[in-house]
Design a protein around this ligand. Structure first.
Ligand SMILES: Cc1cc2nc3c(=O)[nH]c(=O)nc-3n(C[C@H](O)[C@H](O)[C@H](O)COP(=O)(O)OP(=O)(O)OC[C@H]3O[C@@H](n4cnc5c(N)ncnc54)[C@H](O)[C@@H]3O)c2cc1C
Length: 397
């Protein structure tokens, strides 16, 4: 699958920090993690606590799949609003999934501290705008539900929003629980730390055949070697869909533009809105502004790439409409494939066709917080701990 094209900012900025050998012998391992993106790196992190033999393989360079193309807004807010999610999965589970996303932001912060603060992780307010007047009532309903669930947020009407944040919109939810980071750097640093602790990592090593045996899983790689694993973790992002018997997601094409550094960004929070497809924004530590969105519902890398120039212009125009006094000079832009599930939640855990295996499929706008939730639930299953709330994210929900 062609996951992205153009110039993903973090990829260009950091380059490849660590490279690993490709597999050059057969091996046996307790856990094989397929994919060295943020999902795979986090899964290994939570498995490290027990003395397990862990191996990670990736057909590309590490972290260079969707992880390097991410805009890395971390939000407790799932693409599906609480009120809609309640209709789909019930109130208890809907609220629980929001709370788990919120808590995962702070868990990522703890891991970043362990990595000596290398990922540019910063807690930021999250502002969710009503795009149109007709969205205000819905926002009020969301406010009541979220506040009742214990989430730290405020509802601001038009005038107050303008006074406090200098933003024109009919209303907004202002939440304290948001963050931003550089997931590419985070993943590379985390994998490096894991390798030092004994995790075996092989890049440019593709799993081309997977068979399920009596006591585990056998993986044949493109370079002709065999890996025998007691457990397999599918952390191979949107490409995991190829291993499943039915489509669990819809593929989108999404677009991002990053500005040249500016003197003073007009905001210091992560911003998104109720319109669909939505527009979102954040800043970087170098005072750049990142604007993303303008999604299209198709998977066709050729068609997706052809639209990059026009979508970049549309994103810049949308920014200028919100912040007319701020010059936005585009410096980097890229496009990527993106998957969305039917209820906005990820698929995590076992699938009946795949014994001894666990899936970490963070489909949806909160891919990174979903990766963290998946890593915890999967490692708890492998370590035979209690796995509360697994059913919320099950393939069979
Ligand atoms: C433009 C864009 C913006 C985004 N913005 C946000 C955002 O603001 N906030 C957010 O939370 N999420 C965002 N996301 C989503 C987020 O980036 C993803 O959810 C996350 O990066 C997925 O990580 P992953 O490790 O699961 O997948 P990947 O990073 O794709 O890693 C999977 C790895 O598996 C490897 N692999 C696949 N098949 C095989 C095989 N057969 N053998 C060996 N290796 C294999 C791949 O090479 C790849 O490196 C965005 C995504 C895009 C594209």
């Amino acid at each position: 699958m062609n996951l992205h094209s153009g110039d993903p900012f973090w990829y260009v900025k950091n380059g490849l920090l660590y490279s690993y050998p490709s597999l050059c012998a057969d091996l046996k391992t307790d856990v094989l993690i397929l994919g060295a993106g943020i999902s795979g790196a986090l899964a290994a992190y939570y498995l490290l606590e027990k003395n397990l033999d862990i191996t990670i393989i990736d057909k590309r360079d590490v972290a260079s799949g969707s992880t390097c193309a991410s805009t890395c807004l971390l939000q407790y807010e799932i693409d599906t609003q609480v009120s809609e999610l309640i209709q789909k999965i019930g109130k208890k589970n809907a609220i629980q999934s929001y709370l788990m996303c919120r808590d995962s932001i702070y868990e990522i912060q703890e891991i970043d501290k362990w990595l000596s603060l290398k990922s540019g992780f910063e807690i930021k307010k999250s502002i969710y705008l009503a795009s149109l007047k007709k969205d205000v009532k819905k926002l009020e309903e969301e406010f009541i539900l979220r506040k009742g669930a214990g989430i730290n947020l405020r509802f601001l009407e038009k005038d107050q929003l303008n006074r406090e944040y200098n933003i024109e919109a009919p209303a907004a939810l202002i939440s304290e629980d948001g963050a931003q980071m550089d997931a590419y750097r985070f993943t590379q640093e985390l994998l490096n730390r894991e390798a030092i602790k004994g995790v075996k990592i092989y890049d440019k090593t593709e799993a081309i055949k997977i068979t399920y045996e009596k006591k585990g899983v056998k993986i044949i790689t493109d370079n002709g070697y065999t890996i025998q694993a007691k457990y397999l973790v599918y952390a191979n992002g949107y490409e995991a869909q190829d291993y499943l018997n039915q489509p669990y997601s819809r593929l989108h094409s999404t677009y991002v533009v990053v500005s040249e550094p500016i003197d003073k960004p007009p905001f210091d929070f992560v911003l998104w809105e109720s319109a669909r497809p939505y527009l979102y924004m954040r800043t970087t530590s170098e005072n750049r502004i990142i604007v993303g969105g303008k999604d299209e519902v198709f998977y066709s890398p050729g068609k997706r790439n052809k639209l990059l120039t026009i979508k970049t212009k549309q994103l810049v125009k949308a920014f200028s409409k919100k912040f007319p006094d701020i010059p936005f000079i585009p410096d980097y832009s890229w496009t990527g494939t993106f998957a969305e599930s039917k209820d906005g939640l990820p698929y995590i855990g076992k699938h009946k066709d795949h014994p001894f295996s666990f899936f970490s499929l963070g489909y949806g706008g909160n891919g990174i917080t979903f990766s963290l939730i998946a890593a915890k639930l999967i490692s708890d299953s492998i370590l035979k701990k209690k796995v509360p709330y697994q059913n919320i994210f099950s393939f069979y929900r």
